[in-house]
Design a protein around this ligand. Structure first.
Ligand code: XMP
Length: 514
């Protein structure tokens, strides 16, 4: 496969580091994250056209602070240091970094120099996001100051001759109003990138590469109907057609009409593949009958999935390749890419697959961020409602029904959820929310309908905004939207007489209810 020009993000443990890589890719330049621990040889071997040193929680002047071989700055590769990265660059090259008299945090007015290539087409006074306790008191010899704030004499500095650039603020966060232009300037004006990272060519090249790798082999894919596995399946279908078998398990815990939609897209003939939809609804309801404990429910669902998948795989016979929808944040978060602590070990559909007799795992989306996966899905001709889908947990609606799962409760939560989603779409709120759904509380309460007393269930509506799903905030929904949804749910969904809105963030709550 032809190599893309690549920018390397050297990770010092800052919280926005994935964001830096995403922003660079939005400029159509391929970008990877590597831990600073990987060292100079690994950086050289990656052959990048530019290097970005990230922020991080440490102080460069302390013993044991993460550091870099200063020979990095002699490679002749342009370097941009951000926050900690800018301080480290100054420190290693002979500048003075110390604790700032005033900590800067939040949106800050920065005065920029028109001379700097980083600030071309950027306002002379521009709002940037600051978050630092230390600052560069004196820049390193050979560096010119190119930006300052009221409290920070060196908000940016550069040694243009050596192509070294330092910014104290965070151009990668959206609060830095012209941050994207600054990163664009670095990759295009300084690194001389041409911008060869485009989704259409990525998809084309991947298809060719998959074809080569798979040859005449058999490929198996567990399709969940989520974005990642759907895009992976579509790509494999274009690459090897009927050598691919997709297994989709309807566990009876899907959103309303989801099974029909997935079957129509993948079983409808547009994508060449063998498509198996296993109707396991009753099997799941039987297994889940009487089970109330959340972890037990999850376990049953996961295990049953494996059993079903195993049965189907046996019918197919020897499989050469197994497809997984792993994406780049999974790789980084598993500790394989950058410096981030291991947040979660990556869990795919149901925790596959010791038992399947296969030669190799194929992960065609391993290099992509979520928004790029969606873009790849569009290139492959998947419908918008599928590619723009919000996350949906593997155990499905079971974690949105508190307590025992029954077919009746599933129907209630499906209907309420469909109404909530419809009204969110009508109000044009979709783009502002990261995830939103209805859950069925296990609470019944007294109500009145017509002249009748009722004793029925309460539906909880949830809508959150989040960047990484590790923390989240409850979203502010316009009152008229909540009123409309409430009125529709109590009127249209049988056995619901109360609708509640969940105002809790994560922490202390989680996004899902179980
Ligand atoms: P919580 O509830 O832990 O959810 O705040 C965080 C994000 O993860 C999703 N989630 C899951 N996804 N299998 C999945 O594939 C699971 O078992 C699972 N549990 C939670 C949840 O929807 C949210 O986006």
């Amino acid at each position: 496969m032809a190599q893309n020009e690549k920018v390397l993000v050297v990770d010092f443990g800052g919280q926005y580091n994935q964001l830096i890589a995403r922003r660079v890719r939005e400029c159509n330049v391929y970008c990877e994250i590597i831990s600073y621990r990987a060292g100079l040889d690994a950086i050289r071997a990656a052959n990048p056209v530019g290097i970005i040193l990230t922020g991080g929680p440490n102080s460069v002047y302390l013993e044991d602070a993460p550091t870099m071989d200063p020979a990095l700055f002699e490679l002749g590769i342009p370097v941009l240091g951000i926050c900690y990265g800018s301080q480290l660059m100054s420190h290693l090259l002979g500048g003075h970094v110390c604790r700032a008299p005033e900590r800067e945090y939040g949106k800050t007015l920065v005065h920029t120099s028109e001379e700097s290539p980083i600030f071309q087409n950027v306002s002379r006074d521009t709002i940037c996001w600051m978050s630092h306790n230390d600052y560069i008191e004196t820049p390193a010899p050979g560096f010119t100051i190119t930006a300052y704030t009221d409290n920070c004499p060196v908000a940016a500095a550069e040694n243009r001759e050596k192509n070294l650039y330092a910014v104290q603020f965070h151009p990668e966060v959206l609060h830095t109003q012209e941050g994207k232009q600054m990163l664009h300037n670095f990759v295009y004006n300084v690194c001389g990138c041409k911008g060869d990272w485009k989704m259409d060519s990525f998809v084309e090249r991947s298809i060719v590469a998959l074809r080569e790798k798979i040859g005449g082999g058999k490929v198996l894919c567990a399709l969940s109907g989520g974005v990642d596995s759907s895009v992976a399946a579509a790509m494999l279908s274009k690459a090897v057609g009927s050598q691919l078998t997709c297994v989709f398990v309807d566990h009876g815990l899907l959103r309303k009409n989801e099974m029909e939609q997935v079957c129509e897209i993948f079983g409808g003939g547009e994508f060449e593949m063998n498509f198996i939809c296993v109707d396991a609804r009753q099997r799941y309801y039987d297994k889940l009958a009487g089970v109330e404990e959340p972890e037990k429910k999850r376990k049953i669902i996961g295990e049953e999935f494996i059993r079903i998948f195993e049965e189907e795989a046996k019918k197919i016979g020897r499989v050469d390749f197994l497809v997984q929808g792993t994406i780049y944040p999974d790789v980084v978060e598993s500790g394989l890419g950058g410096e981030s602590t291991v947040i979660k070990s990556h869990h795919n559909v149901g925790g596959l697959p010791d038992y399947v007799d296969f030669k190799e795992i194929v992960e065609p989306l391993r290099d992509l961020f979520k928004d790029e996966v969606r873009q790849a899905g569009r290139e492959l001709g998947l419908p918008e409602y599928l590619v723009s889908r919000q996350p949906f947990p593997g155990p499905g609606l079971a974690v949105r029904i508190i307590g025992e799962v029954t077919p009746e409760k599933v129907a209630m939560v499906q209907d309420a959820d469909a109404i909530w989603r419809e009204e969110v779409a009508k109000a044009g709120l979709e783009g502002q929310l990261s995830q939103y759904f209805a859950a069925l509380t296990n609470m019944r309460s007294v109500g009145v309908m017509g002249d009748e007393r009722t004793y029925d269930y309460a539906i909880a509506l949830r809508a959150v905004t989040t960047v990484d799903f590790m923390t989240a905030e409850s979203a502010e929904i316009p009152w008229p939207v909540l009123q409309t949804v409430t009125s529709r749910i109590v009127n249209e969904v049988k056995h619901v007489n109360r609708v509640l809105y969940d105002c809790t963030g994560k922490p202390p709550a989680t996004i899902e209810f179980e």
